[in-house]
Design a protein around this ligand. Structure first.
Ligand SMILES: Cc1ncc(COP(=O)(O)O)c(C=O)c1O
Length: 391
């Protein structure tokens, strides 16, 4: 990328389309050719250059999805980027591409709960065994390696507990044992962390979150290096896991302001974090200053922090924690995150699939905030008025 990340994001259509400011939405099932010879010519081109955007049928994509793939490959500094209809589709595609019956996987204990349930339950039925490792003790990862281990699956930071891991160490363990690696990088996006450059084989982002940024579209991306490209391409072909052009267009549109939004999410989150850090009954899970939880490990790899944070609240009554969340006026209560709006959830950890390494103290409860683009002083005032419900 010759221009800076920020400039590149604004000029995406110019670089890849070169006509109207925005690329057209090309919808297609059938793609028409003049003759059978032309169909064969296109198929040969696709074989020779499988990342080149040569399509003979709509399920393979159109120019609209190809533009988004090119943009994301530049951002990720990846060999190629696959697009799926949801972020979880990208998680599945990554795992399905490189594991087979009899293989083993090592997965971070605090992964997004559907990723955990996929690994511990569903894949077990296909004789793929998963061991979970402690994100704060990588000896548990190395101990889990066997000669059947095919994949280490990381999510950074860990869902809800926001554990930042030593990513370089994970990569060196994987390289030593010739194991492939995947990371869910939805929290940081390649704006703050570039996993492929760091040495990961696969990097997943739920485009539903910050890429689209407006809570109105679902999608996923799976950036890969050259080593795993053919395996993922084959899995993509047989599963038909591909993003439609309308969603690709919306995600491309969202990407133009990714940096602007993320910079503001970070500024707002920092202000809210400063406020929350004043309370003795609250432990903040957000790397906003030197002595904050996991700051060192975050700083080692990330150039910034997004708007999602957790807090551990000490309260005798769980009901009072729910009341605190319910009485927030500016924070919606709902799943997903990464849009323009603030959200708050009381996290019932028992609903998230069992964890092996989570140590919640007695009377400790988890709440997750997504800090949106509102005026942070309004968000702080809202939290302040609701804190009185904590007992
Ligand atoms: C960290 C993380 N990864 C993946 C996903 C799945 O993304 P999607 O909702 O687009 O399927 C989510 C969704 O909340 C998530 O939080």
């Amino acid at each position: 990328m010759s221009n800076s990340f920020k400039t590149f994001l604004k000029h995406t259509a110019k670089d890849f389309h070169n006509q109207s400011v925005n690329p057209p939405i090309v919808r297609a099932s059938t793609i028409i050719f003049k003759s059978m010879q032309d169909i064969r010519k296109m198929q040969n081109k696709a074989k020779k250059n499988p990342t080149g955007g040569h399509f003979d049928y709509g399920r393979q994509g159109t120019s609209t999805t190809h533009i988004l793939q090119q943009i994301l490959s530049k951002l990720e500094e990846s060999y190629f980027t696959f697009l799926t209809p949801t972020g979880f589709g990208s998680v599945f595609l990554a795992i399905f591409s490189v594991t087979r019956p009899g293989d083993e996987m090592i997965v971070a204990d605090p992964v997004y709960s559907p990723t955990r349930l996929l690994s511990q339950d569903f894949l077990k039925e296909f004789n793929i065994k998963t061991t979970f490792y402690d994100p704060n003790d990588l000896k548990t990862l190395e101990k889990a390696v066997t000669n059947k281990t095919k994949l280490i699956f990381v999510e950074n930071p860990g869902s809800n507990t926001f554990d930042f891991q030593d990513l370089g160490k994970i990569i060196s363990i994987a390289k030593k044992h010739k194991i492939l690696t995947a990371i869910d990088n939805t929290w940081g996006t390649p704006y703050f962390l570039k996993p492929i450059k760091l040495g990961f084989d696969m990097s997943i982002v739920s485009a539903t979150k910050y890429y689209s940024g407006h809570s109105d579209v679902m999608g996923g991306s799976l950036a890969v290096n050259k080593k795993v490209f053919a395996k993922v391409k084959n899995a993509e072909r047989v599963t038909g896991l591909r993003l439609g052009p309308d969603d690709a267009y919306l995600i491309t549109r969202g990407l133009r302001t990714l940096d602007v939004r993320l910079d503001r999410h970070r500024e707002n989150a920092k202000k809210v974090a400063e406020f929350l850090s004043k309370f003795k009954n609250i432990k903040l899970l957000y790397p906003y200053k030197k002595d904050s939880y996991n700051f060192r490990m975050w700083k080692k790899y990330y150039s910034g922090a997004s708007g999602l944070m957790g807090i551990r609240i000490k309260a005798k009554s769980e009901k009072s924690v729910v009341k605190f969340v319910n009485n927030l006026k500016l924070f919606g209560h709902g799943y997903s995150w990464g849009g323009f709006e603030s959200l708050a959830l009381h996290q019932n950890i028992k609903e998230q699939g069992n964890r092996n390494y989570l140590k919640l103290e007695k009377n400790e409860h988890l709440v997750r905030f997504h800090i949106g683009l509102e005026d942070p002083s309004d968000l702080i005032a809202d939290i302040k008025q609701s804190l009185k419900y904590l007992k």
